[in-house]
Every structure is written in structure tokens, then in C-alpha cells.
Design a protein around this ligand. Sequence first.
Ligand code: TXE
Length: 480
Amino acid sequence: MFGANYVDGQWIDGSSAVPDINPSDLDDVVGEFARADRTQAEDAISAATAAQPHWAALPGAARAEILDRAGDELLARADELGDLLSREEGKTLPEGVGEIRRAGQILKFHAGEAVRNPGELLGSVRPGVEILVDREPVGVVTVITPWNFPIAIPAWKIAPALAHGNAVVFKPADLVPASAWHLVDVLVRAGLPAGVLNLVMGSGREIGDTLTGDVRVNAVSFTGSTVTGQRVRESAHSHGARVQLEMGGKNPLVIADDADLDAAVAGAIEGSFGSTGQRCTASSRLIVVDSIHDEFVDRLAAARARIVVGDARHGDTTMGPVADASQLEQDRRYIDLARSQGADVVGGELLDRATPGHYLSPALLIGTRNEDTVNREEVFGPVASVIRVADLDEAISAANDTEFGLTAGIYTRSLAASTRFRKQSTAGMVMVNLPTAGVDYHVPFGGRRASSFGPREQGRDARDFYTSTKTCYVLGDPTS
Ligand code: TXE
């Protein structure tokens, strides 16, 4: 397929085009996708600026209908688009289909929000005066997304932006344009007016500063690396735009001495190696209490050995390839570094399969310390560290000893231990007897410290970023 950019209601070629390569088979070209240059990025911002007031003036019900129709189409085409997503990103077919379904559910949830957007009516300190707190759109929103969730992350930013009457300029990650292209295609055919949603594919280095630094952009929602996030923040803040950043994680999963070990092993495997470990919510630090450490590690290593790494779309595959060559290199660099700092590495080898791809066996790094580099920095691959601690107190303090704070989990049968963990955790999301990854679309998502900046994403809280309040004081009838 060829995927064009979409600006002001027109599909347009880019200044150049790039191939989208299947990480399970590097000889398989998924398609060619347009690359936007700065002029096209500026045109997209102009189109969004012109279209936004009309879009905001529509009744919420009209915006809801479009989002709901697009959500229906994604749900109906989940198998087909899930196959495409697995092909371009490398997550397994069930994960790919699940992500399309999730995107459909997100669009439908925010369709509801478009008609529910509530104001507040309050009394005043002055007799007869009523106060209306209304929520209005922010204006033009730039959405910049990473490659690891090629449709769900765009959906959870674009849907609330549109629901609340904003116009969007969307730049997906260069690595996974096909899923993003289809999301835009589905939304456009569902009835979006020209200019309300614009797609500019291409390199963040080339057009990122234009998309974040243009004074007509009122808000920027970004998910990606910490370094790029800081740059986006500076660029947007330089002209007063509001910014929402979702960045990395170094998420702890504590295994307490009274944990159900079968459940804990299953949770650690899913949390660490699901989506090939390429999730900001991945369980990358397994913090295990001494008394059950050896038994847990034995069982974990056995479960790791049962993971079938292969072509993302093959039926028996339980873990797909790494997304691209530079991510693979990063994973291997951290594995080597952990080994040199004393870790006992199980797995982490390159694998040959029938087709050339970025195949890496899932890696367990046993005997690490929380201060090791691999436990301070996000690897973003199928690499999980095991950290031995004396007791629950030490586990909680190790869990919180990180510059990140996205999600944290504990496996325990004790209500007291889980309650203590839940209250003392310094992460934005806490899981009890569940992996650190795996979140719902109707509740707030986000972390603390270096993981996130700005208001929460998803659920009802999404409106805090995509709306601006207006407080109106009204003296209607002085006698009432
Ligand atoms: O991220 P980038 P990349 C981490 C992970 C990964 C590393 C690099 O460790 O290995 O980051 O991945 C756009 N102005 N995470 O290169 O660069 C870019 O085009 C504006 C963790 O994909 O942050 C893409 O659309 N935008 C993270 C998006 O930013 C710019 C998820 C993210 O790219 C830009 C992703 C600029 N100057 C990566 N430069 C997580 N934890 O979820 C690039 N972009």
C-alpha cells in the first residue's frame, strides 16, 4: 500500500516516502508512506486553526456520532487491522487484534464524553449570583506518538481531543505509519470535516520543532522517550502551549513471601515479556523477598524457557520480535552491561528463524542490585531484572527508589501487605496480584516524577488536558 499524508481534507504525497518494514521478516515491505516536510507541517497547523471553531460549534452529539461510527468500524475490522499492526510492529497477533479492539473501545468511550462534558453550576458568596463553570476546547492540539502502541496511544489522545471540540495535527512514529494511517482513514470516512484531523508522517527530528513550537498550537500531547519529551516540553512552553508528556517507566513488581507463586510467575512473565517487553508499563524490576527468591527464580526461568519467540503472526508464537534494529542494539547493550556489572543472564541471545527478523530470546538478569544501571534506566525490550531483598520493608523501599513512577505491583495473599504497598507506593498506578502492565481505558492513566508531566490521560480525566474552564458569574434575578 501507499499511505499519503492527510492535510485540510486532502490526501497528499509527502516530500519523500519511506518503506515500512516487517520486523518478523525484513524482506517484507508493509508499504510505502509519505514523509512530511516543514511546509506540510505548517499547512496542517493552518488547516487545523481554520477548522477548529466550526468543529467546536457543532453539538457534542454530532462529534459523538462520528467517533462512535469510527469506533464501530475498528471493532468490526479488528482481525484485519490487528494482522497489519502485528506485521508492522511485531507484537503477536492476539496482542495486535486486542490493540485494535482497545482503540475501538476508546473511540466509543470518548464519543460518550462528547455529549457528557459537564459544566458546573454553583452558588455565589453574593446573593442572587449564580456561577457557571463551563469547559471549552483548548484549540489546536499536536499529538506525537511512539511506535510501541501504534493505534491505541494515538486513539487515546485523538479521541478526547476531538470529542471536546479541538482540531488535531497528528504525527505518528516513523516506524509504524500503517496503523496510524488506518486510524485517520477510518475517522475521516466516519465524517470528520476537512482540517479537523491532519496526519503528517515523518521524522520527529525534521518536523517536531515545527509541530510543537508554532504559536498557533495550543497544546501538545506526547508519548515517547524522556529525552525527546523534555525537548517537546521546552519547545511548547516557549510559546505558552500546554503540554502533556508520558515517558518511561522502570516498574517494580514485588513478590512477597506469601505470594501465590504460580500466579506471581505468570504475572511476571506477562508483565515483563508481553508485547516483547516494549511497554512503558513493563514489569522490568522483579523485586523478590529472600525466603522465596530461589524457588520463584527457578519457576520463572522454567516459564521463560517455554516462551516461543517467532514471527508475530504465527499461531504458536507467544513473543514477537523486537521492533527494529536500533531497539535490538539497545536491548543487547543493556544485557551486556548487566552481565559486566555481575548479573547472571538467562536468555538474551539472538535467534535465527525462517525469515530474517529482529529475534531476541527473553532475558532474565538474576542477581542484580537496584543501583545497577539496568535497574535505573528504561531498556524497553524483553529484559527483566531480578532483585533480591530481605523483607517487605526493603521491597517497598527498592520499589520506590527510582526516578520514574509510572506503575508498581505486588503479589501477596496478605491484605495488610497489599494495603501497605498500595499506600506507600510512589507510582501513579498500583497493581495488586496483577502484572504492572494491562490498563483499562475508562480510568486515569499516568505516572509521577520522570514518567509523566501534566494532567492524566484516558478516562474522564482526559478532559482536564483537552478543555479549558470558563467561569461565568450571572446575576439573573436580583430578587431570587
Ligand atoms: O523515541 P522518541 P523512539 C524509549 C525507548 C526507546 C527510545 C527511543 O527506550 O528505545 O525511547 O525510541 C517523535 N520533536 N521510548 O526513537 O524519539 C518521534 O518521531 C517532536 C519509551 O521511538 O521519543 C516519535 O513520533 N517529536 C516510550 C515520538 O517523538 C519528536 C515509548 C517518540 O520518539 C522529536 C517510546 C522532536 N525533536 C520510546 N524527535 C515509553 N516508555 O512508552 C522525535 N520525535
